[in-house]
Design a protein around this ligand. Structure first.
Ligand code: SAM
Length: 226
């Protein structure tokens, strides 16, 4: 079975499990080639619904987690998106596909931050070879500070586990009406995934499910020594 068939089978399974629901997210998961974001020796596992090591002790999330987060964010054409935790660049590519869904003159953009230089460089390569580099900018640095240069954002996606106290920059750099999707809780155990909507005078917080992510390390995140 080739990659396209395996991808279609995985997407069908995620639809049957009612994880994938909306047309544009289904489309994105069908067209972005996950195998191109994996190390050579892991490509054959690209369509198993599981996290996979990508180096620097980090992982690309399981496809069902990418699907859940994309569904939560309700990404629209022309959204300006900030992702914290580029990793392989795969989730940034999904976001890029979503902002340009059936839309050639897209105005949106994805900014994604990674703390490991090695992963940031590899993600840039992955995004270039898959053609998403015109919609995604990879930045190397501490993503817990957000990226004030391009704020405010329509959507902020955090793909590493934050402490229970959500980093302040994510809240200030989100547009009113915008959505923040973030796992938060303990450093090395189970966390909860939250959908946080910024309203005029408050934040509306919805707990979605239990998750397990690698920690968000940085000034407003966890320390890397304990
Ligand atoms: N979204 C990624 C993908 O599609 O491959 C997977 C992300 S992986 C689960 C979490 C990533 O967050 C790791 O690459 C890790 O190095 C990164 N990370 C952790 N703390 C960070 C921080 N403060 N700033 C930027 N990246 C961070």
């Amino acid at each position: 079975m080739d990659y396209i068939e395996k991808r279609e089978r995985l997407v069908k399974n995620l639809v049957e499990r009612k994880i994938l629901k909306t047309k544009n997210v289904i489309h994105a998961m069908l067209v972005v080639p996950r195998e191109e974001f994996l190390p050579e020796n892991a490509k054959s596992s690209a369509y198993i619904d599981s996290p996979i090591s990508i180096g620097c002790d980090q992982t690309i999330s399981a496809p069902h987690m990418n699907a859940i987060m994309c569904e939560i964010l309700n990404i629209e054409q022309d959204d300006k998106i900030l992702e914290i935790g580029t990793g392989s660049g795969y989730h940034a590519a999904l976001c890029a596909e979503l902002i340009s869904f059936k839309h050639k003159d897209f105005k949106g953009h994805v900014y994604t931050i990674e703390r490991y230089k090695e992963l940031a460089e590899k993600a840039k390569e992955n995004l270039k070879k898959t053609g998403y580099d015109n919609r995604v900018t990879v930045i190397e640095g501490d993503g817990t500070l957000g990226y004030p240069e391009k704020a405010p954002y329509d959507k902020i996606l955090v793909t590493a586990a934050s402490p229970e106290k959500i980093p302040v920059p994510f809240k200030t750099q989100l547009k009113v009406g915008g959505i923040l999707c973030i796992p938060a809780g303990t450093k090395n155990y189970i966390q909860r995934l939250y959908k946080i909507q910024k309203l005029e005078a408050e934040f509306k917080i919805k707990e979605i499910t239990s998750v397990r992510f690698v920690p968000l390390i940085g000034q407003y995140g966890f320390s890397d020594i304990d």
